[in-house]
Design a protein. Sequence first.
Lengths: 69, 171
Amino acid sequence: MSDELNNRIRVFRAEHRLSQGDLAEKIGVSRKTISTIEVGRFIPSTVIALKIARYFEVPVEEIFSLAEE
Amino acid sequence: MAKQTETVTQFYERFIQRTAVAMLMMAFIYTISAFALVGGPSVAAIVDFLDRPLGIVIIIIMLPVFAKMVWLRIRQKNKCREADSFVAVTFKDAASRAFSVTFLTLILLLALSEGPLSDFPAAFFINIITAVSLATCSGWFLYANRDIEEDDDFGDADDHEDHAGNEERGA
């Protein structure tokens, strides 16, 4: 589903000692949504991507990036 | 025994999942109803036997979550809608696939209704189309939502590097 999009959500979660459920609750989505984004099965909407970035207080491109060709 | 609190988002996803299960059961009811129309009294008796219990099960599955959904919409309005979630997006995808399959089935049944199935009643075709539509939507949704429970740990320290999700866990 998302061979084109890399993400570092797991890295940021580890740094902040957050479970998927914790992060999901903080940004108002379900754990399943976070889980599927994290494993690359689901490409998040712009709104969800921005919410995640805002929560971790980093630019969105630090979390999400296009995969190299 | 503490009961874990369900967030609005989690409830919304549960609502969609139950809707998909109910749709699959309805598809089954429409299918057997279609064959009851052309299968004679013995098939009709089986349908009569199954129809009501399945309908009751659907009501039992859907009524509590539907009532809670209405209540949430009254109380919190848009807060119970999470249009961007994985489950919601998957359901929309399933609905669009169901539309395509339904359309193709309509064309097929149209051809059959003018040929070998010309003696069949219109209700048969309507039931079949409805069943195909419901089964495709719910079936695709449930298939797309299979086995997506993932580990929820923080990973090791040396795991702190960029990763493409589908490489790490073989999604």
